[in-house]
Write a protein that binds this ligand. Structure first.
Ligand code: CA2
Length: 152
């Protein structure tokens, strides 16, 4: 029997559980739960399944990145503020060895200077920022094409 393809992991960092509830002018009105459903639908069009998670805890995110080494086909990561601070997340991602797409709802480069550096970008195949919830859907398409392409 053919083996089931591995899911893509979509991981979300701290405070993203508040999406749609606070600061809609920056992050939009769509909740994380709604984004999870949109992502699953978009992934299905590529024949992909999704593990969609959020944590406010750095260590839990790192545990999931480590889990994804063997249990995922690739990863979409919105690291939230840990993007700009976490060397530990960077080190975990170094060992991922699967295609990684970094995303942000907002455009960090159009915001405060402390958001301009990312500990994730140097390890990502690509970075998608500034399209609100659309960043997640663009990332699904991008990751799917990476997984389908010859260089996957
Ligand atoms: O734009 C993004 O996706 C960010 O990753 C969001 C992070 C921020 O620290 C990054 O610089 C860019 C913050 C997530 C906080 O999410 C909230 C959502 C609603 C209300 C309050 C916070």
């Amino acid at each position: 029997m053919a083996k089931k393809p591995l899911p893509i992991y979509v991981l979300n960092g701290p405070n993203l559980n508040l999406l749609g509830l606070r600061e809609p002018e920056i992050y939009g009105r769509t909740t994380l739960n709604e984004i999870g459903k949109m992502v699953a639908k978009q992934a299905k069009t590529h024949g992909l399944s999704v593990v969609f998670r959020q944590s406010n805890h750095e260590g839990e995110l790192i545990d999931w990145v480590q889990e994804a080494r063997t249990k995922s086909a690739g990863m979409i990561l919105n690291g939230g503020a840990y993007t700009h601070t976490s060397l530990a997340l960077h080190d975990a991602l170094r060992a991922l060895d699967k295609p990684l797409v970094e995303i942000h709802l907002s455009n960090p480069f159009a915001r405060e200077e402390f958001r301009h550096h990312s500990y994730i970008s140097s390890l990502a195949k690509g970075v998608i920022v500034g399209f609100g919830a659309g960043s997640y859907l663009l990332a699904v398409d991008a990751l799917a094409s990476l997984l389908e392409g010859p260089a996957a």
